[in-house]
Design a protein around this ligand. Structure first.
Ligand SMILES: [Zn+2]
Length: 235
């Protein structure tokens, strides 16, 4: 089981990876993890800093109502995406909201995601789109609407906005964000040229999806992405 110190360090490392993997839209993205042993509380990145500027000192703690219970930095107004997904999904321990360029462009095409690579195999048929508003998710009711659209999936696309990712572990949520962005990019590259009529059988795609979403796969790749991000920073 993850300790509180490990969870906080994981939040810092997740921020390094998300920034390095182009998920930081200046200071606008956010990431959270449930407090180990306290399912009604979560740690979250504060407002006004980049993903790569999360520190032990500026991490905020919220309750399931989205109320600040510890920390002094400015909270993200969109914290209700996190609190309401945590409320709706007891299986989820980490939530990420970002504005990735290719994913956001892909949403605008209105196309269904195809299984054109491994990320595509994970997300094809599993990508609900939230279209209630282009505005920020600043209330519990709006957060609940995003959580309802997410349903039991890992990701909900937010039209003309970005994505909310939810997973059992923070490692999974981060790696899934990276894989979704790559899958969107590949489909955007192929789409203007057109697709051939080849497709793998649905049960083949489902089998790959199942294998790729094993917890140990996410840990290995998350740890690699952390090392890679730290190397890029010269740390
Ligand atoms: Zn946003």
């Amino acid at each position: 089981m993850t300790s509180i110190a490990e969870a906080r360090q994981k939040l810092i490392d997740a921020g390094l990876v998300l920034e390095h993997q182009n998920h930081g839209d200046m200071t606008r993205g956010h990431v959270s993890i449930r407090v180990p042993g306290e399912p009604g509380l979560f740690f979250m990145k504060p407002h006004s800093i980049g993903f790569d500027e999360i520190t032990e000192e500026n991490i905020l703690t919220f309750n399931i109502e989205g109320e600040l219970v510890a920390g002094t930095a400015r909270p993200h107004s969109e914290r209700f995406i996190h609190s309401e997904i945590f409320r709706a999904r007891p299986d989820v321990n980490a939530v990420i909201h970002t504005h990735p360029i290719h994913t956001t462009a892909f949403i605008a095409t209105g196309r269904k995601m195809r299984a054109l690579n491994q990320g595509g195999a994970i997300f094809s048929g599993h990508l609900p789109v939230f279209k209630d508003t282009i505005d920020l998710i600043r209330t519990k009711a709006m957060g609940a609407a995003v959580a309802q659209c997410l349903g039991q999936e890992h990701a909900v696309l937010m039209h003309s906005h970005g994505v909310a990712m939810a997973a059992e572990t923070l490692e999974a949520a981060v790696v899934l964000c990276v894989m979704l962005e790559e899958a969107a990019r590949i489909q955007l590259l192929a789409e203007p040229i057109g697709f051939d009529d080849f497709a793998f059988p649905a049960d083949d795609v489902e089998k790959l999806r199942h294998n790729l979403t094993r917890v140990d796969q996410f840990e290995v790749n998350f740890n690699y992405l952390v090392r890679k991000a730290k190397r890029a920073r010269g740390a």
